[in-house]
Design a protein around this ligand. Structure first.
Ligand code: NAD
Ligand code: UDP
Length: 323
């Protein structure tokens, strides 16, 4: 049985669908700080299957202990965390508390209940300023913001735990830029505040909820001057987690990039979205956003050879609002 932390959030909810469809029993813990309780019904409708949802915080150790006593959890899929880079610069302590301390409490409770398998949601942010591209897993990790530091801290803790306990298995997945939603249209990226990320912002503009897209900088060293990223369809990303689950039979600490291997600029993503959904996205070029890197994308070949996984969905399909 899986414990999925943050399982009602954007990526977690898509993962729970494929986990249920693959026959896993699932318990979700989520404090709803960036998600909605009604997402449970949507997941269950899509998957035609039920799971246990516990509203609570991973920093609540006694709650985790109750969960580990009550359910036969053997593996944790750890999505819970805060993820807004700019917010982490303003409120670093909130990020260390939630992401680092929260993971420590979770790991401690896991150890006390002899649960020795975990998949951890990390980020390409851990790499920092590209020394070469595409980033492979051996690229130096020098994050440039507190959010990235928190992810790297947890990676280091997991590595040390695996070193100390030879029966422990941890797979760290470094996501590039997840986009899109389940084809049913029932769930998707639905942040509680104004989106920070490009794709959900474009969606809000398309729906008329925001007046125009702010294009942060058009003077980068890229094809059209706008920032370049590796956008990966969320359903492909969660398939990578299923592959990681199988990989947990190998003990020790493992890191994999989950990306497509292709860079797309802001203007290219907007154009793909407009073509896929027959809409026009109003846009204005603004100054660069502080802390943004010019361009980066993944070398996903390790995940292909080791996990037997690769992203398969073309960009125009990932951009579809509803299929
Ligand atoms: P999300 O905010 O949609 O989901 C995170 C979920 O965790 C939310 O439902 C939130 O309510 C919950 N949560 C947060 N702190 C919690 C706590 N202390 N206890 C219990 N629940 C808590 O974010 P997401 O996009 O689904 O991201 C999932 C994970 O993937 C995060 O760890 C994030 O850092 C990582 N990640 C995301 C991206 C991205 O672009 N979306 C990229 C790289 C890595
Ligand atoms: N971006 C933008 N407008 C927005 C949000 C993002 O132009 O409203 C740009 C941003 O500068 C970057 C790219 O889109 O070049 C991806 O940004 P996002 O925040 O989605 O991902 P990250 O920067 O964390 O990789």
């Amino acid at each position: 049985m899986l414990l999925v932390t943050g399982g009602l959030g954007y990526i977690g909810s898509h993962f729970v669908i494929v986990a249920l469809q693959s026959g896993y029993d699932v318990v979700v813990i989520d404090n709803l700080s960036n998600s909605h309780a009604h997402t449970q019904q949507h997941i269950e409708t899509i998957a035609q299957s039920h799971f246990q949802f516990i509203e609570g915080d991973i920093r609540n150790k006694s709650l985790l202990e109750r969960i580990f006593k009550q359910y036969q959890i053997d593996t944790v899929i750890h999505f819970a965390g805060l993820k807004a880079v700019a917010e982490s610069v303003v409120s670093p302590m909130r990020y260390y508390d939630n992401n680092v301390y929260g993971s420590l409490v979770l790991l401690e409770a896991m150890q006390e209940h002899c649960i020795q398998k975990i998949v951890f949601s990390s980020s390409a942010t851990v790499y920092g300023e590209p020394q070469y591209l595409p980033y492979d897993e051996k690229h130096p990790t020098i994050p440039i913001n507190p959010y990235g530091h928190t992810k790297l801290h947890v990676e280091n803790v997991l590595q040390d735990v695996c070193q100390a306990d030879k029966d422990f298995a941890a797979v760290t997945l470094r996501y590039f830029n997840p986009i899109g939603a389940h084809p049913s249209g029932l769930i998707g990226e639905n942040p509680k505040d104004i989106p920070n990320n490009l794709m959900p912002y474009i969606v809000k503009v398309a729906q008329g909820n925001l007046p125009y897209l702010q294009v942060f900088g058009d003077d980068y060293d890229t094809r059209d001057g706008t920032g370049e990223r590796d956008y990966i369809y969320v359903m492909d990303l969660v398939q990578g987690h299923l592959a990681a689950l199988s990989y947990l039979n190998k003990k020790g600490f493992h890191i994999f990039n989950l990306g497509t291997g292709t860079g797309t600029t802001v203007l290219e993503l907007v154009a793909a979205f407009e073509a896929a959904n027959s809409v026009t996205i109003n846009q204005r070029v603004m100054p660069r956003r502080e802390g943004d890197l010019s361009k980066f994308w993944a070398n996903p070949s390790l995940a292909k050879t080791e996990l037997n996984w690769q992203a398969v969905t073309p960009l125009h399909v990932s951009c579809l609002l509803n299929s």
